[in-house]
Design a protein around this ligand. Structure first.
Ligand code: DNO
Length: 355
């Protein structure tokens, strides 16, 4: 595996490349062209500039998170072929730039969803948290407003203000899309992009839906072992793979995370590893990465990745806000750096115990 950190680009991130360079064991970044909209083609010159900037800091691009999928593709509207052609062109341009990993998601309307961006924990840190009761009490528009108002002046991925303007239309777009239709639209998309992925050896890594169940009446399909195996089989190509995100699949306590990792052997191309602390099955918060701080056995998660021969990039995921840092919720420097060090420690111990 390669330890990496997510970086949103110098215009958007409070964390700098030179800070990332000093986290022990971190050699790459997972990045994006954050100001491109879903459906826009990523130009070769923009990709080259991003690559050069990262290289100048002594790091490299380990993968892209995300090339976002336009809602026309997810909803399967007549315009989808136009947007898929654009997506293919972006993939080709990334492949030409020697970039071989793309994380994306297939969640209708919303990306990941939390109901609190700064829940205080006993140690004084603040974390992202979720309660189903809060989602049930909110309408999506208010949710967008609250997220924008509480993101410390940053733009949260998936909660870009210009999406708010269209939230009603977006809901309308999906009014006839149930989970079977969403599966079919995903299959259509994957079948069309697989040739370019094969040509350039680009591994597509779908991110799970977070939380791993339908919200606001919208279908969600990348939620459990059964569905993800169905997806792997429906387009059975190694380039159709997975971002294994412990914090997203882990929102549903019925998901046995190490077992899921083992059953996806060879198809996990990217891993987000973080811990959650549950108060009840529908009230949880994002803990420090350590097993002892949350509800998951992080050693078993790392061991399953190790023993299935996982060789892709891994990144610590949402961190707590600690030491008075002001940053995008979940994406400060300090706690993610602690997370990277902890995950590297687990990996070293697992590696040595296997030798
Ligand atoms: C949240 C992230 C997600 C993820 C997308 C992938 O912190 O893990 O926003 O990047 O779902 O497209």
């Amino acid at each position: 595996m390669e330890m990496t950190l997510r970086w949103y680009g110098s215009k958007f991130d409070t964390v700098t490349l030179s800070q990332i360079r000093q986290i022990p064991g971190v050699t790459g970044v997972i990045t994006t062209l954050y100001d491109t909209k879903p459906g826009e083609v990523w130009t070769r010159s923009a990709i080259a500039a991003l690559k050069d900037e990262v290289a100048a800091a002594g790091l490299h691009i380990s993968g892209i998170e995300s090339v976002n999928v336009h809602d026309a593709i997810k909803a399967g509207t007549p315009e989808r072929d136009f947007y898929i052609d654009n997506y293919i062109e972006t993939l080709r341009n990334l492949g030409e730039a020697d970039i071989h990993l793309v994380c994306y998601n297939f969640m209708p309307v919303f990306d990941w969803t939390r109901t609190e961006l700064a829940r205080r924990r006993p140690d004084g840190s603040t974390v992202l948290a979720y309660t189903q009761a809060a989602v049930d009490a909110l309408d999506p528009e208010r949710m967008f407003n609250e997220v924008s108002a509480n993101s410390n002046g940053t733009v949260m991925p998936g909660w870009e203000p210009d999406r708010l303007a269209h939230v009603k239309e977006l809901f309308e777009l999906y009014s006839t899309v149930d989970s079977e239709a969403l599966f079919a639209n995903l299959k259509y998309f994957l079948e069309r992009i697989m040739p370019v992925c094969n040509e350039y050896d680009i591994k597509m890594a779908i991110h799970p839906d977070d939380p791993a169940w339908p919200i606001f009446g919208l279908p969600r399909i990348i939620i459990n072992k059964e569905n993800i195996l169905r997806m792997m089989k429906m387009v059975d190509d190694v380039h159709n793979g997975v971002t294994f995100c412990s914090g997203s699949y882990g929102t549903n306590l019925e998901n046995d995370l190490p077992d899921m990792i083992r059953s996806l052997k060879g198809r996990i191309h990217f891993a987000h590893v973080r811990n959650l602390k549950f108060h009840s099955p529908d009230n949880f918060e994002e803990a420090a990465h350590l097993s002892s701080d949350g509800s998951f056995d992080m050693y078993e998660i790392m061991r399953a990745l190790y023993e299935t021969g996982f060789s892709g990039p891994i990144r610590p995921d949402h961190g707590r806000m600690i030491w008075d840092e002001v940053a995008m919720p979940g994406y400060g420097l300090y706690d993610r750096a602690l997370g990277a060090a902890y995950l590297n420690g687990l990996w070293e111990a697992i590696d040595k115990s296997h030798k």
